[in-house]
Design a protein around this ligand. Structure first.
Ligand SMILES: C[S@@+](CC[C@H](N)C(=O)[O-])C[C@H]1O[C@@H](n2cnc3c(N)ncnc32)[C@H](O)[C@@H]1O
Ligand code: SF4
Ligand code: SF4
Length: 394
């Protein structure tokens, strides 16, 4: 039995792209970065042998194909076919430029219906253009085509100061159309470093704009940080399932420690936004399961008892964990407190005013999670529920 289990591999299979978003975290808007990466991209055989086959030993159920623009790879459909043949489900993250109806049908057929399309949409109107090299209309057209073709959809909204005001309108629109979404923070990875200082959100933006909008518009995956879920409730519904100390079944709070991420050249990290800046090693040196097993980075990130500052003395230390990327990019310590959080726990017993609401939404989410295959109620309601481990002294 492997020491760790992860649900998803997010893989940026190329840095090539047919758009030029100004703050692209993979540097896909920079010709030199793309040229150098292309010479060094993992081949189909390396992907199969060093990522996909070993991922089966880590209990992974979904491969998220990303880029750059994944569909720029000539072997994209072959990779999707292989993924499904190996027993995984697929997500295809795309900027939509190549996603004609015919292409969508080809993806559906290659994956025998086991794929969903994930699109980035930072605003539903012309504001989208500010951060994405794309009209929102094109993305909305693809979402509609997916619906008509019976293909699952998901939207990622990257948040920063540019969409504090429009964010709620965007997520209301997404939820009204019954589409699952998540928010992801703008980071200074790749070309993101050009604007992070000016456009990265802060504690006040989160408290006044993003968090209230997320609370009012839960849909699909409900987890974000800060996430004020009662640790007792999670332990009860999950049967105490954890990846070391990171809650599983369902995964909740910061995603670091619940998935594996790989860049185009084979470097592995704990979160997509931390690729290129924090590496656990390269799959060319050893297969991903062995690499993770030996990694000090994964040992740290899957042990929330090592969190520091406010996150280390918080009631939600395990069910939230604080955004590890925000801790790293603001203060250079990926185990430090999340400086964008607006909760100031005096001690471990301090309860957030939002806990009750979070628990309510979480209970509803369990139904969705169960239907999506990412949650299994514990076999016996009397199964032991170990309490979260004691935190380390900070
Ligand atoms: C790198 S893209 C790759 C997939 C596809 N080309 C797309 O744009 O959706 C994946 C996601 O990262 C987001 N992203 C791009 N630059 C970012 C940055 N500097 N910080 C955070 N997210 C970023 C995009 O908006 C998109 O939702
Ligand atoms: S964010 Fe996506 S679409 Fe935009 S340049 Fe980067 S990889 Fe291409
Ligand atoms: S202090 Fe840290 S763990 Fe607690 S709610 Fe805020 S981000 Fe989450």
């Amino acid at each position: 039995m492997a020491r760790y289990q992860f649900q998803v591999v997010y893989f940026e299979a190329t840095r090539r792209c047919n758009l030029r978003c100004p703050f692209c975290m993979t540097g896909s808007n920079d010709a030199r970065t793309v040229r150098e990466s292309f010479r060094n991209e993992l081949t189909l055989q390396e992907i199969r042998d060093r990522i996909l086959l070993p991922a089966r030993r880590l209990n992974v159920h979904t491969i998220g194909w990303s880029g750059g623009e994944f569909l720029m790879r000539r072997d994209a459909l072959e990779l999707l076919r292989l993924t499904v043949d190996l027993g995984f489900r697929c997500s295809v993250l795309s900027n939509c430029k190549k996603l004609t109806r015919e292409r969508l049908e080809a993806i559906r057929d290659a994956t025998r219906g086991h794929a969903r399309i994930v699109v980035g949409l930072n605003a539903v109107d012309e504001e989208n253009r500010w951060s994405r090299d794309s009209e929102s209309d094109r993305t909305l057209r693809v979402l509609k085509d997916c619906l008509e073709l019976g293909i699952g959809q998901h939207v990622v909204v990257t948040i920063g100061k540019y969409n504090t005001e429009s964010f709620e309108k965007t997520v209301e629109f997404i939820v009204k159309h019954n589409i699952a979404y998540n928010r992801s923070p703008l980071v200074p990875r790749g070309s993101g470093s050009r604007c992070f200082g000016e456009m990265g959100f802060d504690r006040s933006d989160l408290e006044r704009h993003f968090h209230p909008a997320l609370r009012r518009n839960p849909h699909g995956y409900v987890s974000y940080t800060p996430f004020f879920l009662s640790p007792e409730l999670h332990a009860q519904v999950s049967g105490g399932a954890r990846n070391n100390t990171v809650p599983q079944n369902p995964a909740i709070g910061c995603w670091a420690g619940t998935w594996l991420t790989v860049n185009a050249e084979g470097e592995v990290s704990v979160c997509p936004v931390l690729l290129d800046v924090l590496s656990a090693g390269n799959v060319r040196d050893r297969p991903i399961d062995e690499l993770v097993e030996a990694s000090a980075l994964f040992a740290d990130i899957t042990d929330r008892s090592r969190l520091k500052g406010r996150c280390g003395r918080c009631r939600y230390q395990y069910t939230c964990g604080g955004c590890r990327a925000m801790a790293f990019f603001h203060n250079g310590d990926y185990m430090g407190e999340d400086p964008t959080c607006f909760f100031d726990p005096l001690e471990r017993s301090t309860v957030s005013e939002h806990e009750e609401e979070t628990n309510r939404v979480f209970k509803k989410y369990l139904l969705v999670a169960r239907a999506a295959g990412v949650y299994q109620p514990p076999k016996s309601s009397r199964s032991p529920e170990p309490p979260p481990p004691e935190p380390a002294k900070t």
